[in-house]
Design a protein around this ligand. Structure first.
Ligand code: BGC
Length: 770
């Protein structure tokens, strides 16, 4: 836990530079624009402890799987998003002395992430030899309007002397990943070129053969006048250093004058452009950006940022830290994924670190999906389509493990499984149902059946086929069982009949059958087309029905709760509150063996199922399960508290809901789990948004109708947010004593507030007393 940043509604402000927390700050000050992103590394370089990280979405490396005992079915590789060409670099020297915050004496250091405009700014004064003071303002942004473009500005003013400044802007492709398995470097140089106009570096990944072209140009501005200085090409350095291009600009600066270097960068990949035109496109984009200039590019970027906030902001009154926390989370989500490219997805760390390899997990469907669905349904549809594009691979994956149908990977970059822990690869099969659930979620919320009919149904059928093959029929009990699985609670492996997995598998089958019926009723042609294409026969469908009817669900009669899995109740039952605080988190203090055999739960498991299927469980049943499982949950996955918080809100446990919300809302800003150095917990950030909208405000769609069941946590005055719902934009304000629904656009629609129906229309707000 750390209390580092000044409370501010729109900014993350750090005052004073502390090398000990540099990695943490680097994670927090990450920026991205869906196409690319980077950690808060310093432009001028830094010789102290740092995790250099510049990432390009979709550019990965298949790092060879490393295990002691190979098991059939293991993925060959672990995909990782790799550190790529460092394009922020600008060495700064004054009278031959290099700026490096690891050695230089600086005062008034301040770093500000402005979330409204999406910029990172550092200001400080460097006190050099003989007390020479130079003030610096260093700012950068990754254009949200032109995703291939980024801009940096370094402005320096010698305060009490005149001296010679030199700037060496460069592109450095000689980078590696800290987590590379064999210390291997992933990039090879294809081409580099530097001339008096611009510099270009083209790199290619080994094995995957992705090509990345990066180009840069600069402008120098002395006291608001653009000036031209000869670009010294540093032939020695260029000759000796591979994968590097740069040049040096030298200029005398008088005391009190302001010298600014603006660096324009263009980053393009062979994912988007054919190899033979890639360099040309990169340079064309660079030239047009340089011509537009910093101010114009910044203006365009801010306009997109404004629109993003317009759609997705949550305003909290009465608690600045809470406001800062939720805005930070929304900011990072919007920086990582905007849904423009259905080949991309959301890595658990976004562009903020190497951990989890930037790959796609079930986190997308289970935790991130509502945020995108409620704020922009087209983005949500692209997330669904991503999985459709991977359907063939998911079928291969199932075949590889000896099953029919499709088993989506637990971790993936391109549709292939690339997780290499067997308990997860082979056993955490519940992920299939989360992918099916997202289709339901989208269809239920938007009312748009076209995705389901055209694409989703194939995913549903193939995931159902997998379940039907993976279940075991137990004739002694006349029940179907699912043996040898890991549920969402990864603190127990190889369990039988995980209640969540069984429930969601049967739900998946049921939803598939219901969807096929619906297609048959509404579009008979498509139905027959599907029956032929997917070779569906009546007896297969009857088998699914039989599995649904006879699925086995472990239950604890005497407590009236679902048993997490067979034998869970045979474990020694203890509560988290009775553990000595020094053993928490368990994963840092207990052996894996001890964890697996304990009753402690890593993250929502039974409660995850209750969260997904609220209409199946009444308040009393939900309470019984919540009261039993929450005290046994250590929430050692950041994904856990928000789900518990939403369920707590549903059963009226308002205080508990808020307490759980707080655990994730500022998880990274306050480094709650002491692990933000590795990058932020992006996918759990979406959960905090959901804890407000689905939890505190109780937004849900039941039988096609939007329902609200809101309250305000005691610590807040009020909160408000916007959602889009079936062609309408709605702003929902929740005050302590009343809820107001303001319709901003679209046709009138009837909405349920506290189970009572109201008509919402533009110009006529709904106002209901709480
Ligand atoms: C969680 C998984 C999650 C993964 C990536 C793990 O700690 O247990 O549910 O998919 O992190 O966020």
């Amino acid at each position: 836990m750390i209390d580092k940043f000044i409370a501010d509604e729109w900014k993350i402000i750090e005052e004073g530079f502390d090398p000990k927390t540099n990695r943490f700050s680097e994670s927090i000050f990450s920026l991205g624009n869906e196409h690319m992103g980077l950690r808060g590394n310093f432009e001028e370089g830094y010789s102290g402890d740092s995790l250099q990280g510049t990432y390009v979405a979709g550019i990965y490396y298949p790092d060879k799987t490393r295990v002691g005992w190979w098991k059939i079915g293991y993925p060959e590789f672990f995909a990782k998003v790799i550190n790529s060409t460092n394009w922020i670099g600008i060495d700064v020297e004054i009278d031959g002395n290099k700026l490096d915050l690891a050695h230089c004496n600086v005062k008034d250091f301040k770093r500000v992430l402005d979330m409204k405009e999406g910029t990172l700014t550092r200001t400080f004064t460097w006190i050099g030899d003989e007390g020479k003071e130079t003030s610096f303002v260093i700012k950068r942004f990754l254009s949200m309007a032109e995703n291939n473009i980024a801009c940096i500005s370094i402005a320096a003013t010698p305060l009490n002397y005149s001296g010679t400044f030199s700037f060496t802007p460069y592109l450095d492709g000689d980078v590696s990943n800290e987590d590379s398995n064999y210390g291997e470097k992933f990039w090879e140089e294809v081409n580099r070129n530097v001339n008096s106009n611009e510099a270009l570096l083209t790199m290619k990944t080994k094995k995957t053969g992705f090509i990345l072209s990066t180009a840069m140009d600069t402008k120098l501005i002395l006291d608001s006048e653009e000036i031209t200085v000869e670009k010294k090409l540093m032939s020695e350095k260029l000759a000796s250093k591979e994968k590097y291009v740069g040049y040096k600009l030298e200029i005398p600066v008088e005391q009190g004058c302001r010298i600014e270097i603006q660096k324009f960068v263009s980053v393009c990949t062979s994912r988007d452009y054919e190899e033979d035109i890639l360099e040309k496109v990169t340079l064309d984009k660079l030239r047009s950006a340089t011509q537009k200039g910093y101010e114009e590019l910044f203006k365009e970027h801010c306009e997109v940022m404004e629109r993003k906030w317009e759609d997705s902001d949550v305003v909290i009154e009465g608690d600045v830290k809470a406001q800062q926390g939720i805005r930070y989370n929304i900011f990072q989500l919007n920086q990582t994924y905007t849904g423009k490219d259905p080949r991309l997805n959301i890595g658990p760390k976004g562009f903020t670190g190497e951990k989890y390899g930037g790959s796609t997990y079930w986190d997308t469907e289970a935790f991130c999906f509502p945020f995108y669905l409620y704020t922009n349904e087209n983005v949500a549809r692209n997330l669904l389509y991503y999985r459709y594009l991977h359907l063939e691979r998911a079928k291969e994956n199932a075949r590889k493990l000896g099953f029919k149908g499709a088993l989506y990977p637990m971790v993936t970059m391109d549709g292939q499984e690339c997780h290499n822990e067997w308990e997860i690869t082979f056993e955490e099969i519940h992920r299939n149902a989360a992918i099916a659930y997202a289709i339901y979620n989208y269809t239920n919320y938007t009312g748009d059946r076209s995705y389901l009919f055209q694409y989703g149904i194939e995913v549903l059928v193939e995931t159902s086929r997998f379940w039907a093959d993976r279940v075991n029929y137990n004739p002694r009990k006349d029940k179907y069982m699912i043996l040898g699985v890991t549920g969402p609670n990864e603190y127990e492996n190889n369990v039988n009949n995980n209640w969540y997995t069984n429930t969601m598998a049967a739900w998946n089958l049921e939803y598939t059958l219901a969807s096929l019926d619906e297609i048959k009723k509404n579009d008979e042609k498509r139905y027959h087309e599907l029956m032929t294409k997917l070779q569906l026969k009546q007896d297969e469908l009857s088998k699914w029905r039989d599995i649904i009817d006879k699925m086995y669900y472990p239950y604890v009669e005497e407590l009236g709760i679902f048993e997490q899995n067979d034998l869970y109740m045979d474990k020694e039952q203890m509560l988290v509150k009775d553990l000595p605080p020094e053993v928490l988190p368990l994963n840092k203090h207990w052996s894996w063996d001890r964890i697996l055999r304990s009753c402690f739960i890593k993250q929502a498991d039974v409660i995850q199922g209750i969260y997904f299927l609220p209409e199946r469980f009444d308040v009393e049943c939900t309470k019984r399960n919540f009261d039993f499982y929450e005290p046994r949950t250590v929430h050692e996955s950041s994904l856990s508290p928000s789900i518990y918080s939403i369920v707590a809100s549903r059963i009226g446990y308002e205080e508990k809901a808020y307490e759980l919300y707080l655990r994730t809302a500022r998880l990274d800003l306050d480094n709650y789990n002491d692990d933000t150095d590795d990058g932020v917990h992006l996918t759990s950030m979406a959960g905090t948004w959901a804890a407000i909208v689905q939890g505190f405000a109780g937004v849900n769609v039941i039988n096609g109708k939007l329902c609200l069941n809101p309250y305000v946590p005691e610590q807040w005055e009020s909160y408000s947010f916007k959602i889009t719902f079936r062609g309408r934009k709605l702003k929902i304000y929740v005050h302590k004593k009343q809820v107001i629904v303001e319709q901003l656009s679209g046709e009138p629609v009837s909405i349920n507030v506290f189970d009572k129906e109201y008509l919402s229309q533009t110009g006529n707000d709904i106002s209901v007393k709480i």
